[in-house]
Design a protein around this ligand. Structure first.
Ligand SMILES: Cc1cc2nc3c(=O)[nH]c(=O)nc-3n(C[C@H](O)[C@H](O)[C@H](O)COP(=O)(O)OP(=O)(O)OC[C@H]3O[C@@H](n4cnc5c(N)ncnc54)[C@H](O)[C@@H]3O)c2cc1C
Length: 424
Protein backbone atom coordinates (compact mmCIF):
# COMPACT_ATOMS: atom_id res chain seq x y z
CA UNK A 1 0.00 0.00 0.00
CA UNK A 2 1.51 3.42 -0.90
CA UNK A 3 2.42 5.60 2.09
CA UNK A 4 -0.12 8.39 2.76
CA UNK A 5 1.06 11.73 1.34
CA UNK A 6 1.99 13.98 4.25
CA UNK A 7 0.20 17.32 4.41
CA UNK A 8 1.79 20.55 5.60
CA UNK A 9 2.50 20.84 9.29
CA UNK A 10 0.87 23.88 10.79
CA UNK A 11 1.10 22.99 14.48
CA UNK A 12 3.92 23.88 16.86
CA UNK A 13 6.93 21.69 17.47
CA UNK A 14 7.18 21.01 21.19
CA UNK A 15 8.02 18.39 23.75
CA UNK A 16 4.30 17.48 23.76
CA UNK A 17 4.35 17.00 19.97
CA UNK A 18 7.37 14.68 20.32
CA UNK A 19 5.65 12.71 23.09
CA UNK A 20 2.42 12.46 21.06
CA UNK A 21 4.30 11.25 17.98
CA UNK A 22 6.32 8.77 20.06
CA UNK A 23 3.01 7.28 21.24
CA UNK A 24 1.83 6.77 17.64
CA UNK A 25 5.17 5.60 16.22
CA UNK A 26 5.91 8.93 14.48
CA UNK A 27 3.18 8.46 11.90
CA UNK A 28 1.69 11.91 12.35
CA UNK A 29 4.57 14.21 11.33
CA UNK A 30 3.67 16.38 8.36
CA UNK A 31 5.81 18.09 5.75
CA UNK A 32 7.40 21.26 7.14
CA UNK A 33 6.48 23.40 4.12
CA UNK A 34 4.11 23.07 1.17
CA UNK A 35 5.16 22.75 -2.49
CA UNK A 36 2.29 24.49 -4.30
CA UNK A 37 1.78 25.12 -7.99
CA UNK A 38 2.64 28.73 -8.83
CA UNK A 39 -0.27 31.18 -9.17
CA UNK A 40 -0.46 33.61 -12.10
CA UNK A 41 0.14 36.66 -9.91
CA UNK A 42 1.57 37.62 -6.53
CA UNK A 43 1.97 40.97 -4.81
CA UNK A 44 5.67 40.26 -4.24
CA UNK A 45 7.97 37.77 -5.95
CA UNK A 46 11.32 37.04 -4.33
CA UNK A 47 13.85 35.24 -6.52
CA UNK A 48 16.19 32.99 -4.52
CA UNK A 49 15.22 30.71 -1.62
CA UNK A 50 18.48 31.09 0.24
CA UNK A 51 18.55 32.43 3.77
CA UNK A 52 18.29 36.07 2.68
CA UNK A 53 15.33 35.52 0.34
CA UNK A 54 13.42 33.43 2.87
CA UNK A 55 14.17 35.81 5.75
CA UNK A 56 12.98 38.73 3.61
CA UNK A 57 9.69 36.91 2.99
CA UNK A 58 9.35 35.99 6.66
CA UNK A 59 9.81 39.55 7.98
CA UNK A 60 7.47 40.93 5.27
CA UNK A 61 4.81 38.70 6.78
CA UNK A 62 5.77 39.06 10.43
CA UNK A 63 6.49 42.81 10.51
CA UNK A 64 4.21 44.15 7.74
CA UNK A 65 1.43 41.56 7.39
CA UNK A 66 2.20 41.00 3.69
CA UNK A 67 1.79 37.33 2.79
CA UNK A 68 0.84 37.35 -0.92
CA UNK A 69 4.41 36.34 -1.69
CA UNK A 70 6.16 33.71 -3.83
CA UNK A 71 9.77 32.76 -3.19
CA UNK A 72 11.07 31.23 -6.41
CA UNK A 73 14.10 28.95 -6.40
CA UNK A 74 15.83 27.31 -9.35
CA UNK A 75 17.13 24.37 -7.31
CA UNK A 76 16.21 23.32 -3.79
CA UNK A 77 15.79 25.79 -0.94
CA UNK A 78 19.01 26.44 0.94
CA UNK A 79 21.00 24.72 -1.85
CA UNK A 80 23.03 27.84 -2.66
CA UNK A 81 25.59 29.46 -0.38
CA UNK A 82 23.22 29.22 2.58
CA UNK A 83 23.82 25.46 2.69
CA UNK A 84 27.51 25.69 1.75
CA UNK A 85 29.06 28.02 4.29
CA UNK A 86 31.12 27.47 7.41
CA UNK A 87 28.37 29.00 9.59
CA UNK A 88 30.45 31.65 11.35
CA UNK A 89 28.35 34.27 13.15
CA UNK A 90 29.83 37.48 14.53
CA UNK A 91 29.12 41.20 14.51
CA UNK A 92 32.54 42.72 15.24
CA UNK A 93 32.78 44.78 12.05
CA UNK A 94 34.67 48.07 11.90
CA UNK A 95 32.33 50.43 10.06
CA UNK A 96 29.21 51.72 11.84
CA UNK A 97 26.60 50.66 9.22
CA UNK A 98 28.08 47.14 9.14
CA UNK A 99 28.21 46.79 12.92
CA UNK A 100 24.57 47.93 13.09
CA UNK A 101 23.15 45.39 10.62
CA UNK A 102 25.34 42.47 11.74
CA UNK A 103 24.57 43.17 15.39
CA UNK A 104 20.85 43.28 14.63
CA UNK A 105 21.30 39.90 12.93
CA UNK A 106 23.15 38.50 15.95
CA UNK A 107 20.40 39.71 18.29
CA UNK A 108 17.76 38.05 16.10
CA UNK A 109 19.84 34.84 15.89
CA UNK A 110 19.89 34.64 19.69
CA UNK A 111 16.10 34.08 19.77
CA UNK A 112 15.54 32.71 16.29
CA UNK A 113 14.84 29.13 17.39
CA UNK A 114 12.02 30.38 19.64
CA UNK A 115 10.78 32.90 17.08
CA UNK A 116 10.57 30.32 14.27
CA UNK A 117 9.67 27.40 16.58
CA UNK A 118 12.51 25.54 14.83
CA UNK A 119 15.83 24.57 16.37
CA UNK A 120 18.52 26.34 14.35
CA UNK A 121 21.17 25.04 16.79
CA UNK A 122 22.57 28.50 17.50
CA UNK A 123 25.82 27.99 19.41
CA UNK A 124 27.33 31.20 20.83
CA UNK A 125 30.59 29.48 21.71
CA UNK A 126 32.80 32.54 21.20
CA UNK A 127 34.71 33.78 18.17
CA UNK A 128 38.39 34.59 18.06
CA UNK A 129 40.21 36.43 15.27
CA UNK A 130 43.94 35.78 15.58
CA UNK A 131 46.39 38.63 15.11
CA UNK A 132 49.57 37.19 13.56
CA UNK A 133 51.23 40.36 12.25
CA UNK A 134 51.79 43.83 13.74
CA UNK A 135 49.42 45.18 11.10
CA UNK A 136 46.66 42.88 12.37
CA UNK A 137 47.36 43.87 15.99
CA UNK A 138 46.80 47.53 15.09
CA UNK A 139 43.74 46.72 12.97
CA UNK A 140 42.01 44.55 15.56
CA UNK A 141 42.71 46.95 18.42
CA UNK A 142 41.13 49.68 16.29
CA UNK A 143 38.11 47.43 15.69
CA UNK A 144 37.84 46.68 19.43
CA UNK A 145 37.73 50.44 20.17
CA UNK A 146 35.21 51.04 17.36
CA UNK A 147 33.05 48.17 18.67
CA UNK A 148 33.02 49.75 22.15
CA UNK A 149 31.66 52.97 20.64
CA UNK A 150 29.07 50.99 18.64
CA UNK A 151 27.89 49.01 21.68
CA UNK A 152 29.20 45.72 20.25
CA UNK A 153 30.89 43.69 23.00
CA UNK A 154 34.37 42.60 21.85
CA UNK A 155 37.75 42.60 23.54
CA UNK A 156 41.43 42.42 22.69
CA UNK A 157 43.00 39.39 24.44
CA UNK A 158 46.61 38.28 25.05
CA UNK A 159 48.43 35.24 23.58
CA UNK A 160 48.50 33.64 27.05
CA UNK A 161 44.72 33.86 27.40
CA UNK A 162 44.35 32.44 23.89
CA UNK A 163 46.53 29.45 24.80
CA UNK A 164 44.50 28.90 27.99
CA UNK A 165 41.24 28.96 26.01
CA UNK A 166 42.54 26.86 23.14
CA UNK A 167 45.24 24.33 24.12
CA UNK A 168 45.58 22.94 20.56
CA UNK A 169 47.02 26.24 19.29
CA UNK A 170 50.74 26.82 18.68
CA UNK A 171 51.23 30.46 19.65
CA UNK A 172 54.93 30.44 18.77
CA UNK A 173 54.54 29.61 15.09
CA UNK A 174 57.79 30.04 13.18
CA UNK A 175 56.52 32.49 10.59
CA UNK A 176 53.38 33.89 12.18
CA UNK A 177 53.38 33.79 16.00
CA UNK A 178 50.08 34.61 17.68
CA UNK A 179 50.37 38.18 19.00
CA UNK A 180 46.86 38.45 20.45
CA UNK A 181 43.29 38.27 19.26
CA UNK A 182 39.99 40.05 18.86
CA UNK A 183 37.47 38.06 20.86
CA UNK A 184 33.68 38.24 20.63
CA UNK A 185 32.15 36.08 23.34
CA UNK A 186 28.66 36.20 21.77
CA UNK A 187 29.89 35.04 18.33
CA UNK A 188 29.56 31.42 17.25
CA UNK A 189 27.76 29.22 14.76
CA UNK A 190 24.29 27.93 13.81
CA UNK A 191 23.14 25.03 11.67
CA UNK A 192 22.90 26.59 8.21
CA UNK A 193 20.29 24.24 6.67
CA UNK A 194 18.09 24.67 9.73
CA UNK A 195 18.11 28.45 9.27
CA UNK A 196 16.75 28.03 5.72
CA UNK A 197 14.30 25.29 6.75
CA UNK A 198 13.05 27.22 9.77
CA UNK A 199 12.31 30.35 7.75
CA UNK A 200 10.73 28.25 4.96
CA UNK A 201 8.41 26.49 7.40
CA UNK A 202 7.36 29.78 9.00
CA UNK A 203 6.74 31.39 5.58
CA UNK A 204 4.71 28.41 4.41
CA UNK A 205 2.64 28.51 7.59
CA UNK A 206 1.79 32.15 6.81
CA UNK A 207 0.43 31.03 3.40
CA UNK A 208 3.36 32.15 1.25
CA UNK A 209 4.38 29.98 -1.71
CA UNK A 210 7.89 28.53 -1.87
CA UNK A 211 8.36 27.24 -5.40
CA UNK A 212 11.41 25.07 -5.91
CA UNK A 213 12.87 23.72 -9.20
CA UNK A 214 11.66 26.87 -10.92
CA UNK A 215 14.41 28.90 -12.57
CA UNK A 216 13.68 32.53 -13.43
CA UNK A 217 14.70 32.95 -17.07
CA UNK A 218 13.49 36.46 -17.85
CA UNK A 219 12.12 39.65 -16.31
CA UNK A 220 9.42 41.71 -18.04
CA UNK A 221 9.07 45.43 -17.47
CA UNK A 222 6.47 47.96 -18.65
CA UNK A 223 6.76 51.76 -18.37
CA UNK A 224 9.96 51.44 -16.33
CA UNK A 225 8.27 49.16 -13.76
CA UNK A 226 8.46 45.43 -13.17
CA UNK A 227 5.56 43.50 -14.72
CA UNK A 228 6.34 39.79 -14.50
CA UNK A 229 8.99 37.09 -14.34
CA UNK A 230 9.30 34.26 -16.83
CA UNK A 231 10.11 30.99 -15.17
CA UNK A 232 10.61 27.34 -16.00
CA UNK A 233 7.03 26.88 -14.76
CA UNK A 234 5.41 29.75 -16.63
CA UNK A 235 4.92 33.51 -16.46
CA UNK A 236 4.23 35.03 -13.05
CA UNK A 237 3.06 38.63 -12.64
CA UNK A 238 4.02 40.69 -9.63
CA UNK A 239 3.73 44.24 -8.26
CA UNK A 240 7.18 44.12 -6.67
CA UNK A 241 10.21 41.95 -7.34
CA UNK A 242 13.21 41.24 -5.09
CA UNK A 243 16.37 39.69 -6.53
CA UNK A 244 18.14 37.78 -3.73
CA UNK A 245 20.36 35.37 -5.64
CA UNK A 246 23.90 35.98 -4.27
CA UNK A 247 26.45 34.86 -6.93
CA UNK A 248 23.87 35.06 -9.72
CA UNK A 249 22.85 38.66 -9.02
CA UNK A 250 24.52 40.08 -12.14
CA UNK A 251 22.72 37.52 -14.31
CA UNK A 252 19.31 38.49 -12.91
CA UNK A 253 20.12 42.21 -13.09
CA UNK A 254 21.00 41.82 -16.76
CA UNK A 255 17.57 40.22 -17.35
CA UNK A 256 16.01 43.36 -15.87
CA UNK A 257 18.25 45.64 -17.93
CA UNK A 258 20.70 47.10 -15.42
CA UNK A 259 24.22 46.30 -14.20
CA UNK A 260 25.52 45.62 -10.70
CA UNK A 261 29.03 46.27 -9.33
CA UNK A 262 29.36 42.60 -8.41
CA UNK A 263 31.96 39.96 -9.22
CA UNK A 264 31.13 36.27 -8.82
CA UNK A 265 33.79 33.94 -7.44
CA UNK A 266 33.93 30.42 -6.02
CA UNK A 267 34.71 30.30 -2.27
CA UNK A 268 35.74 26.94 -0.86
CA UNK A 269 35.52 24.96 2.35
CA UNK A 270 36.28 21.45 3.59
CA UNK A 271 35.71 19.18 6.60
CA UNK A 272 37.92 16.63 8.31
CA UNK A 273 37.03 13.25 9.69
CA UNK A 274 35.23 13.53 13.07
CA UNK A 275 37.38 13.60 16.19
CA UNK A 276 36.75 14.06 19.91
CA UNK A 277 35.93 17.60 21.12
CA UNK A 278 39.11 19.70 21.10
CA UNK A 279 38.08 23.16 19.92
CA UNK A 280 35.11 24.96 21.47
CA UNK A 281 35.76 28.32 19.79
CA UNK A 282 35.41 29.58 16.25
CA UNK A 283 38.86 30.63 15.03
CA UNK A 284 39.71 32.94 12.17
CA UNK A 285 43.35 33.17 11.12
CA UNK A 286 43.25 35.81 8.43
CA UNK A 287 46.96 36.29 7.78
CA UNK A 288 47.62 32.67 6.91
CA UNK A 289 44.03 32.59 5.69
CA UNK A 290 42.07 29.75 7.10
CA UNK A 291 39.30 29.53 9.64
CA UNK A 292 38.00 26.64 11.66
CA UNK A 293 35.48 25.36 14.14
CA UNK A 294 34.42 21.92 15.30
CA UNK A 295 30.98 20.69 14.34
CA UNK A 296 28.65 18.85 16.72
CA UNK A 297 29.58 15.64 14.88
CA UNK A 298 33.27 16.31 15.65
CA UNK A 299 34.44 17.28 12.16
CA UNK A 300 36.83 20.20 11.90
CA UNK A 301 35.03 22.64 9.57
CA UNK A 302 37.65 24.57 7.63
CA UNK A 303 37.13 27.60 5.41
CA UNK A 304 39.53 28.56 2.66
CA UNK A 305 39.81 31.33 0.13
CA UNK A 306 38.19 32.48 -3.09
CA UNK A 307 39.42 31.51 -6.54
CA UNK A 308 41.63 34.12 -8.15
CA UNK A 309 39.32 34.45 -11.17
CA UNK A 310 35.58 34.99 -11.72
CA UNK A 311 33.58 31.81 -12.25
CA UNK A 312 30.34 29.95 -11.53
CA UNK A 313 31.72 26.52 -10.56
CA UNK A 314 30.15 25.32 -7.32
CA UNK A 315 32.96 22.91 -6.44
CA UNK A 316 36.27 22.69 -4.63
CA UNK A 317 39.79 22.38 -6.03
CA UNK A 318 42.92 20.59 -4.82
CA UNK A 319 45.20 23.61 -4.64
CA UNK A 320 42.81 25.35 -2.21
CA UNK A 321 42.72 22.32 0.07
CA UNK A 322 46.50 22.18 0.02
CA UNK A 323 47.01 25.90 0.59
CA UNK A 324 44.42 26.19 3.35
CA UNK A 325 45.53 23.14 5.30
CA UNK A 326 49.22 24.05 4.88
CA UNK A 327 48.50 27.52 6.27
CA UNK A 328 46.53 26.24 9.26
CA UNK A 329 48.91 23.41 10.17
CA UNK A 330 51.50 25.94 11.25
CA UNK A 331 49.17 27.37 13.89
CA UNK A 332 47.31 24.10 14.62
CA UNK A 333 49.90 21.27 14.19
CA UNK A 334 47.37 18.57 15.22
CA UNK A 335 45.52 19.15 11.93
CA UNK A 336 48.38 17.45 10.07
CA UNK A 337 47.22 14.09 11.43
CA UNK A 338 43.62 14.41 10.21
CA UNK A 339 42.10 13.03 7.04
CA UNK A 340 39.99 15.48 5.08
CA UNK A 341 36.58 14.08 4.13
CA UNK A 342 34.78 16.52 1.86
CA UNK A 343 35.36 19.80 0.02
CA UNK A 344 32.94 22.06 -1.82
CA UNK A 345 32.48 25.55 -3.22
CA UNK A 346 29.79 28.21 -3.46
CA UNK A 347 29.50 31.25 -5.72
CA UNK A 348 29.91 34.40 -3.67
CA UNK A 349 28.92 37.89 -4.79
CA UNK A 350 31.70 40.38 -4.11
CA UNK A 351 31.43 44.16 -4.16
CA UNK A 352 34.47 46.43 -4.33
CA UNK A 353 34.11 47.59 -0.72
CA UNK A 354 33.17 44.09 0.53
CA UNK A 355 29.84 45.41 1.88
CA UNK A 356 26.37 44.33 0.77
CA UNK A 357 23.81 46.06 -1.43
CA UNK A 358 20.22 46.43 -0.16
CA UNK A 359 18.66 48.78 -2.59
CA UNK A 360 16.04 49.96 -5.03
CA UNK A 361 17.27 49.73 -8.63
CA UNK A 362 16.94 51.75 -11.85
CA UNK A 363 13.78 49.70 -12.63
CA UNK A 364 10.68 50.66 -10.65
CA UNK A 365 9.67 48.21 -7.91
CA UNK A 366 12.69 45.93 -8.44
CA UNK A 367 14.88 45.65 -5.34
CA UNK A 368 18.21 43.86 -4.87
CA UNK A 369 19.78 42.22 -1.87
CA UNK A 370 23.26 40.96 -2.71
CA UNK A 371 26.97 41.56 -2.25
CA UNK A 372 27.20 39.64 1.04
CA UNK A 373 30.20 37.91 -0.48
CA UNK A 374 32.07 35.59 1.84
CA UNK A 375 30.22 36.65 4.98
CA UNK A 376 26.46 36.77 4.56
CA UNK A 377 25.30 33.77 6.57
CA UNK A 378 25.73 35.68 9.82
CA UNK A 379 23.65 38.53 8.39
CA UNK A 380 20.57 36.57 7.32
CA UNK A 381 18.05 37.71 9.98
CA UNK A 382 19.22 41.35 9.96
CA UNK A 383 19.29 41.46 6.18
CA UNK A 384 15.79 39.97 5.91
CA UNK A 385 14.52 42.45 8.50
CA UNK A 386 16.01 45.46 6.66
CA UNK A 387 15.05 44.21 3.18
CA UNK A 388 11.44 43.62 4.24
CA UNK A 389 11.22 47.23 5.39
CA UNK A 390 12.73 48.47 2.11
CA UNK A 391 10.26 46.48 0.00
CA UNK A 392 7.19 47.19 2.13
CA UNK A 393 7.78 50.95 2.39
CA UNK A 394 9.69 51.51 -0.85
CA UNK A 395 12.29 53.39 1.22
CA UNK A 396 15.19 51.96 3.25
CA UNK A 397 15.00 52.10 7.02
CA UNK A 398 18.05 52.97 9.17
CA UNK A 399 19.66 49.51 8.80
CA UNK A 400 19.66 49.53 4.98
CA UNK A 401 20.05 53.26 4.36
CA UNK A 402 23.83 53.24 3.82
CA UNK A 403 23.85 50.11 1.64
CA UNK A 404 22.20 51.62 -1.44
CA UNK A 405 23.52 51.18 -4.98
CA UNK A 406 24.15 54.91 -5.27
CA UNK A 407 27.10 54.67 -2.85
CA UNK A 408 29.28 53.39 -5.70
CA UNK A 409 28.45 56.39 -7.90
CA UNK A 410 28.85 58.82 -4.99
CA UNK A 411 32.06 57.29 -3.61
CA UNK A 412 30.59 56.57 -0.15
CA UNK A 413 32.19 53.16 0.28
CA UNK A 414 31.73 51.13 3.47
CA UNK A 415 35.17 49.64 3.34
CA UNK A 416 35.26 46.35 5.20
CA UNK A 417 38.02 44.88 3.01
CA UNK A 418 40.59 47.15 4.57
CA UNK A 419 38.97 46.73 7.97
CA UNK A 420 38.86 42.96 8.21
CA UNK A 421 41.03 41.55 5.44
CA UNK A 422 38.35 38.91 5.02
CA UNK A 423 34.68 39.16 5.82
CA UNK A 424 33.52 35.63 6.70
C1 LIG B 1 32.43 28.07 1.29
C2 LIG B 1 31.69 29.23 1.90
C3 LIG B 1 31.91 29.56 3.22
C4 LIG B 1 31.23 30.63 3.80
N1 LIG B 1 31.39 30.87 5.14
C5 LIG B 1 30.64 31.81 5.74
C6 LIG B 1 30.70 31.96 7.15
O1 LIG B 1 31.40 31.22 7.85
N2 LIG B 1 29.94 32.94 7.72
C7 LIG B 1 29.16 33.76 6.98
O2 LIG B 1 28.55 34.65 7.56
N3 LIG B 1 29.04 33.62 5.64
C8 LIG B 1 29.77 32.65 4.99
N4 LIG B 1 29.66 32.47 3.64
C9 LIG B 1 28.80 33.37 2.85
C10 LIG B 1 27.33 33.01 2.96
O3 LIG B 1 27.14 31.63 2.76
C11 LIG B 1 26.50 33.80 1.94
O4 LIG B 1 26.80 35.18 2.01
C12 LIG B 1 25.00 33.64 2.19
O5 LIG B 1 24.66 32.29 2.39
C13 LIG B 1 24.23 34.18 1.01
O6 LIG B 1 22.88 33.82 1.18
P1 LIG B 1 21.85 34.16 0.04
O7 LIG B 1 20.51 33.78 0.54
O8 LIG B 1 22.06 35.58 -0.39
O9 LIG B 1 22.33 33.28 -1.20
P2 LIG B 1 22.13 31.74 -1.55
O10 LIG B 1 22.00 30.90 -0.34
O11 LIG B 1 23.20 31.39 -2.54
O12 LIG B 1 20.70 31.74 -2.24
C14 LIG B 1 20.49 32.28 -3.53
C15 LIG B 1 19.57 31.32 -4.26
O13 LIG B 1 19.20 31.89 -5.51
C16 LIG B 1 18.98 30.83 -6.38
N5 LIG B 1 19.00 31.32 -7.77
C17 LIG B 1 20.05 31.78 -8.49
N6 LIG B 1 19.66 32.11 -9.73
C18 LIG B 1 18.33 31.85 -9.82
C19 LIG B 1 17.36 31.96 -10.84
N7 LIG B 1 17.68 32.41 -12.08
N8 LIG B 1 16.08 31.60 -10.57
C20 LIG B 1 15.72 31.15 -9.33
N9 LIG B 1 16.61 31.01 -8.32
C21 LIG B 1 17.90 31.35 -8.56
C22 LIG B 1 20.12 29.86 -6.08
O14 LIG B 1 19.83 28.54 -6.52
C23 LIG B 1 20.22 29.98 -4.57
O15 LIG B 1 19.54 28.96 -3.88
C24 LIG B 1 30.33 31.42 3.02
C25 LIG B 1 30.11 31.09 1.68
C26 LIG B 1 30.76 29.99 1.12
C27 LIG B 1 30.50 29.63 -0.32
Amino acid sequence: MPAPKPSTFTGRYSVFAIAREAMRLHTGWKRAWASPEPRKKYQIVIVGAGGHGLATAYYLGRNFGITDIAVIEKGWLGGGNTGRNTTIIRSNYLQDPSAAIYNKALQLYENLSQDLNYNIMFSPRGLLMLAQTEHEVRGYKRTAYANQLQGVATEWISPKRIKDMLPIINIEGPRYPVLGGLYQERGGTARHDAVAWGYARACSAMGMHIIQNCEVTGIETANGQVAAVNTARGRIECDKLALVVAGHSSVLAEMAGFRLPIESLALQALVSEPIKPCCDLVIMANTVHGYLSQSDKGEMVIGGGTDGFNNYTQRGSWHHVEETVRALVETFPMLSRLKMLRQWGGIVDMTGDRSPILSATPVGNIFVNCGWGTGGFKAIPGSGWAMAELIAKGQPGPLAAEFGLNRFAEGRFIDESVAAGVAH
